[in-house]
Design a binder for this molecule. Structure first.
Ligand code: DX5
Ligand code: ZN
Length: 213
């Protein structure tokens, strides 16, 4: 099973609620929410005031990807606004373990995002507390970028997850299209984020189905 998490960064912001409902009806498993601060990444997206009202438009879990630094002061705000999974980058705070603990204590699932140049070693001492690993196949900050083939990295993370014996999702984010989705699935990913490949098409259901393969 490959879970699909459409990134609303590529949606029509003038009707975000309808867009979230449309991808939910089209079979999305999660809703991917990219939060950018113009500091940790060179782009600003939105925060909880845009995210919270979307809760009324879907029952799907909110897969919140925080690209903000410092991240700790905002974790609770996102949990309170309806986040189900909260994913952070190790570089976005001084104490990754503390940040993940905070996410768990708030009752959310905790994820770690690895930028293309971030080594998988970052996961070594937190495998026992995470629910998701997000392998970035673009440098974070923008939708619509070209996929970087990190198959070997995805395979390594898949092995680490298997070794842990825990139920950890392996999500890939960035430049995912029906073609690159195949590469990701083959390498062991079981959750795919896609913005452009879903929201810039006419038929969301067809787009989602194409990513599942
Ligand atoms: C990039 C974001 C991605 C992005 C995906 O910083 O984390 O989620 O929106 O967009 P596409 O699918 O267009 O590459
Ligand atoms: Zn993302």
């Amino acid at each position: 099973m490959t879970y699909i998490s459409p990134s609303i960064l590529a949606a029509d912001f003038s009707k975000l609620g309808d867009e979230v409902k449309a991808v939910s009806d089209a079979g999305a498993d999660y809703i991917h929410i990219d939060v950018m601060d113009g500091h940790f990444v060179p782009n600003i997206s939105f925060g909880t005031c845009a995210m919270k009202p979307l809760r009324r438009y879907t029952d799907k879990p909110f897969d919140v990807h925080l690209m903000i630094a410092p991240v700790d002061p905002y974790i609770k705000e996102f949990a309170d606004a309806g986040a189900n999974v909260i994913t952070v980058h190790p570089e976005s705070g001084p104490h990754l373990h503390r940040t993940l603990q905070m996410i768990k204590d708030l009752g959310c699932k905790a994820g770690v995002a690895l930028n293309p140049a971030t080594p998988v070693d970052e996961l070594d001492h937190v495998m026992d507390m995470i629910d998701l690993v997000l392998v970035m196949t673009v440098n974070p900050g923008f939708g619509g970028q070209k996929f970087i083939d990190l198959s070997e990295k995805i395979k390594t993370v898949a092995k680490m997850i298997k070794k842990s014996g825990r139920d950890i999702l392996l999500e890939v984010d960035g430049g995912v299209t029906p073609e690159t989705a195949k590469i990701c699935r083959k390498a062991g990913a079981n959750m795919l984020v896609a913005g452009t490949a879903i929201f810039k098409t006419e038929d969301y259901k067809q787009a989602i189905d194409a990513l599942r393969g």
